[in-house]
Design a protein around this ligand. Sequence first.
Ligand code: SF4
Length: 502
Amino acid sequence: MPIFSPRRYQAPFYPVRRDAWPVRVFTAFERTVKGWLFGCRMCGNCILQETAFVCPMTCPKGLRNGLCGGATPDHCEVDPSRPCTWYMIYRRAERMGRLDKLLEINAPLDGARVGHETWLDMIKFWFKRKQGPHPLHFFTHRSRFREEWDRFFYELRQPEWWQGDAVYHPPAYQEPNSLLEANLRTGVFVTTAEIAPPLSASCDPIFKKVDWLKDYVVAANFTDNASASARMGSLAASKICLDAGLEPVMQLQSRDRSRVAIESDAMGAAGLGIRNILCLSGDHHSFGPPPMAKPDQVDLDAIQMLWLLRRMRDDGVYLDGRQIKQPPRFFLGTAASPFGAPPKYEAIRAEKKINAGAQFIQTQPIFDYNRFSEWLEALDQRHLLDKVAILAGLTPLKSARAAHFMANDVPGVVIPPEILKRMDEAGDKEAQQEEGVAIALEMIEKLKNTPGLRGMHLMALYWEEIVPRLVVESGVPRPVIRAWPESDEGCPEIEEESAVLA
Ligand code: SF4
């Protein structure tokens, strides 16, 4: 067990190409010492100073920018026999007064550096840079030494091709990029809904569900192999939905995708007219049906995806620096888990996502309004609510069994005992459904009167036909803008699509 970190989940990395033997000996020495101290996996891009000296690579998902939605104070969601690495980071950073350090957006790994020693490189970089930190200044100019130290390590950990920071980057465009964005800008309460892509190759389930939903919601989300379980891809399902007359929100998760696939799929989506992209890290493979895929397939996390896609859109560059002649038009979103960790920690993660590029956030289903309000309040204290549109997640419970499943087996979902009791005591199947609808309507009533909230996201998976009833009975507004006006000169490309969307 390492001294400063939880035990590492997987073996250390080894380089793709072997170095000369003196370097290999040094690398082996470094791997032993850092393994003993930090459970180091030799990722080649050390961010220990940003993570309160707990190695984030001991997280089974290798997340480098904060905890996942299923983290708990007791254990990691992937391996309950070990603590959550990121909980440990937040707690220690708080004790050390270094929580602000967690806001910097850390770079993904450079595969060429993975497995290599870093100490010799650091010394070489210090000589090459010639700007300190100078050891003498530690005794003579302490503040100057600290500044030089911070600058030196910032340059070391933030490669030219990334340059992550802790600053908000507003979108670099004026006209809305999607109908969802246009509706959110009106200030009217917006409703979106989720559709599970079919398990088969048939498009009919999507056509049928789009037909149910299109007069009631602004856009429909398509999950991206949620719970590590394969079904029709979200890109294909989103395109079918768009052609059927409803704007999609394409969920794009980093699990199973390298940075190349993420850039390529997002660019392809933009080319097909899909503008709303929801960036997720994704459930770990261990949540899927067996046989489990080999682990360690998370190349970027959701925050890094947002940073990457925002730069493709606003700066017109790929990660490798190649220019994009016609940059894609994205409206970027992400998910949040108001019940995953204490609101003060979740708010840091939300701020990081917003700084990276998130323009809307859809939350996990809300059953505990008071805890949700605490999370919203924590975001408000960080002045985030005017930078992002929050859509509160809501799931109508179809049965008592489904309620217990969600409470016990879905990471990041909290259902208070009184709700479970109501479902348990409701009676037969129909009565349980009615109770589920009643609970959902009570929650919508609270949500639609909540300051700072811009809408709701209905996740009635395998029960999508209930969405129109919830919209009608709750009295929330129907979509205000359903198609781009013919004369909208600000959106020439989208005008062309109005025939599809109308
Ligand atoms: S709970 Fe999530 S963030 Fe925490 S160590 Fe496990 S996978 Fe990583």
